[in-house]
Ligand binder design. Structure first.
Ligand code: ARG
Length: 514
């Protein structure tokens, strides 16, 4: 037997000790999203890695617009995550981090192995059939054999297997000899970076979507596994088997009264009907924004042409604006009937920006060339704080605000101007995969009536990469219905302007006690 050497001090990997704290923190209140303008409490994303290099070998076939410089992509992605953490105090994780979390507990380790075992396939090729194989060879194609290999792998190896989805091609060039393999086929999760798309998070909670493109279908199963691990409930599932397709990039919630859902290239009416019939949107009105004439991968989801800055202001790609536009979008609005509880059509096929104006939104048009590099794909991190990846777009937003505050009347605007902040970050390498900051983030948010109290965090729990840096000033959020438990630290009287979220601190406080 091999000698097992146990070092005197065993360093604990960061990823091992925070799963229960994260689960505990998330269990404090329901997981949902009322409004793009609410503060995020959890953000899940996926840092580009080897699968994205594989996608870069043929960008077009893997739904990218260009190849990715992986080193730069990683830097830009880390900066993106840090920016969200710094401004919101939200829990920000990558899919890989979540898969690795808690794997020192055999239960989570075994679940990861089990998931990985479904990602591995063996295929006989060149006319080789199961009946041509010896008993010994048949045993080598068995699930048990697969599982024995997975048991031996490290947690990181298991995640690598999941990300690459390998099929081992087995042949027998010489029938008198043992079989061989010199080829592995992979279905790598090339587009997993866009964690927005596998599901939608409405006022009701997380609804698992159904991805339109074959390149992306496996991603939904992986996200389901991730949600299960974090203890996030799933309130619905789009029936893919009935031909319904729905991707999260088509969904933008605008408060308890209204949400917007795109219908076109990736999301179809079957899925939207399913959502309406099962009351999965949770808003009084649902605006279905139909793309009838464009159907172009450059504008594949609603979030590539439209973004909500706050309750009164939005950005829209210039080329889809107006009755004359050849690629205009049309809104059919559904309203919930108070008596029957069913949704009924209240507006039929109204031009999108006309509809937005009728609903008192000020529109900031974004030039089409800026849209083409995902300039309209912004991420609202709550209370009008916008992460944006194109300076022109950022400046147009800011100019509207400055113009309005300079002229006391702000006459051209139907509603109060944007008063928030804009943070421009570099994101070119993720944009190369044809998505921006909105596409790249699964977000659930605090309830709209969460209250903000400025307080200072007590130092001494950090630093940890997965949680907000507590040495920086933070703001706590509390909410009447979902009151979070008190923080087990002593708040000081010092006041700062940036945020600390109590649920998160609670999670960290438990970590500190472990
Ligand atoms: N929410 C979004 N706009 N996501 C963009 C996804 C881009 C990805 N390459 C795809 O084609 O699926």
């Amino acid at each position: 037997m091999q000698d097992i050497h146990v070092p005197e001090t065993v360093p604990v990997e960061k990823s091992y000790y925070n799963l229960s704290a994260v689960q505990e923190s998330l269990a404090q209140s329901p997981i949902f999203q009322y409004d793009e303008n609410d503060i995020p409490r959890l953000v899940i994303t996926h840092e580009p890695e080897f699968a994205q290099t594989l996608g870069s070998i043929h960008p077009d076939a893997f739904l990218f617009s260009k190849a990715v410089d992986l080193k730069l992509a990683k830097q830009q992605h880390r900066n993106f995550r840090e920016t969200i953490r710094k401004h919101t105090g939200a829990l920000v994780f990558t899919v890989r981090e979540i898969l690795l979390m808690g794997c020192d507990d055999l239960r989570h380790r075994a679940e990861l192995e089990e998931f990985a075992s479904h990602c591995i396939h063996y295929r006989l090729e060149n006319g080789l059939k199961q009946e041509d194989l010896s008993e010994k060879e048949v045993a080598l194609l068995d699930d048990e054999y697969k599982r024995a290999s997975l048991k031996k792998m490290t947690d990181v190896q298991l995640v690598d297997v999941i990300m690459s989805q390998p099929t081992i091609i087995i042949e027998k060039p010489d029938p008198s000899k043992h079989f061989v393999s010199h080829k592995i086929e992979m279905e790598p999760l090339t587009n997993l970076t866009f964690c927005r798309d596998q599901q939608i998070t409405t006022a009701k909670g997380v609804v698992m979507g159904s991805m339109n493109m074959v390149q992306r279908q496996m991603e939904t199963l992986l996200m389901l596994h991730v949600f299960k691990k974090l203890g996030i409930p799933i309130v619905g599932k789009i029936p893919a088997e009935e031909g319904a397709t729905l991707e999260g990039g088509d969904f933008l919630p605008g408060g308890s009264d209204i949400c917007f859902i795109g219908c076109g290239l990736r999301t179809n009416m079957k899925a939207i009907d399913y959502m309406l019939r099962n009351d999965l949107f949770g808003t009084r009105r649902v605006a279905v924004v139909e793309d009838k004439w464009d159907i172009n991968p450059d504008r594949l989801h609603l979030d590539t042409v439209f973004g909500l800055l706050d309750a009164h202001n939005c950005i829209v790609s210039e080329d889809i604006i107006g009755e004359e536009s050849k690629i205009k979008r049309l809104v059919t609005e559904y309203v919930k009937n108070d008596i029957s509880g069913q949704y009924e059509i209240s507006v039929k096929e109204m031009e999108f920006t006309h509809y937005l104006r009728e609903n008192k939104y000020n529109i900031i048009p974004i030039p089409a060339d800026v849209q083409l590099v995902l300039g309209c794909n912004i991420l609202n991190i709550g209370k009008g704080r916008i992460i944006c990846t194109h300076e022109t777009c950022g400046r147009l937003i800011v100019e509207q605000a400055m113009k309005a505050s300079a002229s006391s009347s702000s006459s051209e605007l139907t509603s109060p101007p944007f008063t928030g902040s804009v943070h421009v970050i570099p994101f070119s390498e993720i944009v190369s995969m044809n998505g921006g900051v909105h596409c790249a983030s699964f977000v659930c948010r605090y309830p709209p009536d969460a209250q903000f109290v400025t307080r200072m965090a007590t130092p001494g729990f950090g630093p940890m990469s997965n949680v907000p840096n507590l040495s920086s000033p933070v703001l706590s959020v509390s909410h009447s219905e979902h009151t979070l438990p008190p923080v087990s630290t002593t708040p000081t009287t010092k006041t700062f302007s940036a945020p600390l979220i109590r649920g998160v601190v609670h999670g960290i406080a438990s970590l500190g006690n472990q």
